[in-house]
Write a protein that binds this ligand. Structure first.
Ligand code: FES
Length: 139
């Protein structure tokens, strides 16, 4: 099995690994087949939406939630760790709606590809992230 240079770099030097003590939301997903587990911690901020929307009396700025900080803990394979690291880089500072749209293709592309048998590993982090965001939205 051949990993790309980017995968190896993220695995050896993962970004945003660790925990956030007073996280606003936590998502956790496990893969029952391999037993790997991933946990995502989020700190959420509020910012003004760059796009304005019109109201009856003119233009109003809408507020939106964004990912102020993100950390992950992974008990998993090389691909799971590399994907988690790349995922946190892609969504940090972005809105929750943007983060919810991230799919495995985005991450696999950012990593310069993944071996076919490891593609399923890319979903672990994405599912944990979605769970954390949805928990926050449903609070
Ligand atoms: Fe389990 Fe990769 S083998 S997530």
């Amino acid at each position: 099995m051949q990993y790309s240079k980017k995968v190896i770099n993220h695995f050896k030097n993962p970004k945003n690994q660790g925990i956030i003590k007073k996280a606003d939301a936590i998502g956790e997903k496990g893969n029952p087949v391999c037993g790997d587990v991933m946990k995502i911690y989020l700190k959420i901020g509020v910012q003004e939406n760059k796009k304005t929307h019109s109201t009856g009396s003119g233009q109003a700025k809408k507020q939106e939630y964004y990912i102020k900080d993100i950390k992950f803990e992974t008990l998993g394979c090389v691909a799971a760790i590399a994907v988690s690291s790349a995922l946190t880089e892609v969504v940090k500072g972005k809105t929750l709606d943007y983060a919810l749209k991230i799919n495995k293709n985005t991450i696999v592309k950012k990593l310069g590809g993944l071996p076919d048998v490891k593609i399923h590993c890319s979903m672990l982090g994405i599912e944990a992230l979605r769970e954390a965001i949805n928990k926050f939205k449903n609070k």
